[in-house]
Design a protein around this ligand. Structure first.
Ligand code: NDP
Ligand code: GDR
Length: 348
């Protein structure tokens, strides 16, 4: 049975990747951060008590800021594949926590690569490494962006990802590690964090439709993104680690829409008009914006044979349907006199 270690297993992509790897018969080990409350909602449906002889998903405490802990974990688990999805992944938050973002999102990758080099070298286990690189690294570069586009990062997050990207390339070239960068354009799903714009919109559509919210406050509506479905994108991550030789890939749909277009479509699917509910609040503007991301994944299609399965329309519909149901449940609970936590909704 193949073993995989995933950092960021509690996040959107970590949950879809775990599902995929468990389906493929892997034993999956995930790194979770110690917090005073458990936040494993996205993977709870996959988890069995570790005493169960059939259990194949195991969780370990760890943090990308803690090199010795990461090293000890690799030594103990001895995975064949390591997926580095852990990051402070919010672009706007990276302006408030620039140094922390550099540490976790940037240096975190180096800590993992060094541990793989060391533990892999000593034990003779050539662990394969996937780095969750981002289209944010292209930043201000004009579209379409592909593997030959020079990086021009526009946030502390994007700068940290550029650092991690080059560390991955350098470990491949210097130490012959099987290490790949997947440069993924935005990918969304009903499991997307609620402070990213697509989910913020579909959550609001559901709550407005159910009479639980009056307005949706957003920032820059003109930014354009190449939005795919996370379920499709994690498949590309896995495929990258199954090739004969390591290299980097861009993963995108090749179509871009503005935030305004996403909102128009999402509201329309619920029979509402976005212009009746959306207001601009400058607090959501960023010190430097990334205006237009549109991926060129031609080379990926040729070399990896990967193509996205979910259209923009299907993605928006799946998210809206999910969040209408969530809002329906919230309304039922409220009507029964229960309080429902908003968990920071509207904060970013
Ligand atoms: P999420 O924000 O949903 O998940 C991030 C994960 O990283 C969470 O599991 C989080 O744990 C974990 N994490 C945060 N800080 C640390 C730390 N110090 N040590 C260990 N783990 C940590 O991100 P996504 O699933 O959307 O994205 C996965 C990866 O892909 C990220 O690296 C992101 O930057 C990158 N990426 C994402 C894209 C997208 O469109 N989704 C596009 C391109 C790249 P916790 O739950 O405890 O907070
Ligand atoms: P992004 O995603 O910055 O592309 O990073 P996000 O959904 O946060 O923003 C997309 C665009 O929407 C604009 N926007 C708003 N964004 C948020 N969050 N909240 C708002 O109210 C709002 N109004 C307008 C933003 O200005 C931006 O232009 C995501 C993350 O998942 C990264 O980790 C990943 O690397 C990249 O995608 C690819």
């Amino acid at each position: 049975m193949k073993k995989a270690l995933i950092t960021g297993i509690t996040g959107q992509d970590g949950s879809y990747l775990s599902e995929l790897l468990l389906d493929k018969g892997y034993e999956v080990h995930g790194v979770i951060r110690r917090a005073s409350t458990f936040n494993t909602e996205r993977i709870d449906h996959l988890y069995n008590d570790p005493h169960d002889p059939d259990a194949r998903l195991f969780l370990h405490y760890g943090d990308l800021a803690d090199a010795s802990g990461i090293r000890a974990l690799l030594e103990k688990v001895q995975p064949e594949e390591v997926y580095n999805l852990g990051a402070q992944s919010h672009v706007k938050v990276s302006y408030d926590q620039a140094e922390y973002t550099a540490d976790v999102t940037g240096l975190g990758a180096l800590r993992l690569l060094e541990a793989i080099r060391d533990v892999g070298g000593r034990t003779g286990n050539p662990m394969r490494f996937y780095q969750a690189s981002s289209s944010e690294m292209f930043g201000a570069a004009p579209p379409p962006q592909g593997l030959n586009t020079p990086f021009h990062p526009r946030s502390p997050y994007a700068v940290a990802k550029v650092y991690a990207y080059w560390q991955t390339v350098n470990h491949r070239e210097a130490y012959d590690l099987y290490a790949c960068n997947g440069i993924l354009f935005n990918h969304e799903s009903p499991r997307r964090g609620e402070t990213f714009v697509t989910r913020k919109i579909t959550r609001a559509v559901g709550r407005i439709k159910m009479g639980l919210q009056r307005k949706l406050y957003l920032g820059n509506l003109e930014a354009k993104r190449d939005w795919g479905h996370a379920r499709d994108y994690v498949e590309a991550m896995w495929m990258m680690l199954q090739q004969d030789a390591p290299r980097d890939y861009c993963i995108a749909t090749g179509e871009a829409y503005s935030v305004r277009e996403f909102a128009d479509r999402a509201f329309a699917l619920a029979g509402l008009r976005a212009e009746d509910y959306v207001e601009i609040d400058p607090r959501y503007f960023r010190p430097a914006e990334v205006d237009y991301l549109l991926g060129d994944a031609t080379e990926t299609r040729e070399k990896l044979g990967w193509t996205p399965k979910t259209s923009f329309e299907e993605l928006v519909r799946e998210m809206v349907d999910h969040d209408l149901e969530l809002a329906r449940q919230e309304r039922t609970l409220r009507e029964a006199g229960h309080s429902v936590a908003l968990k920071g909704m509207g904060a970013f």
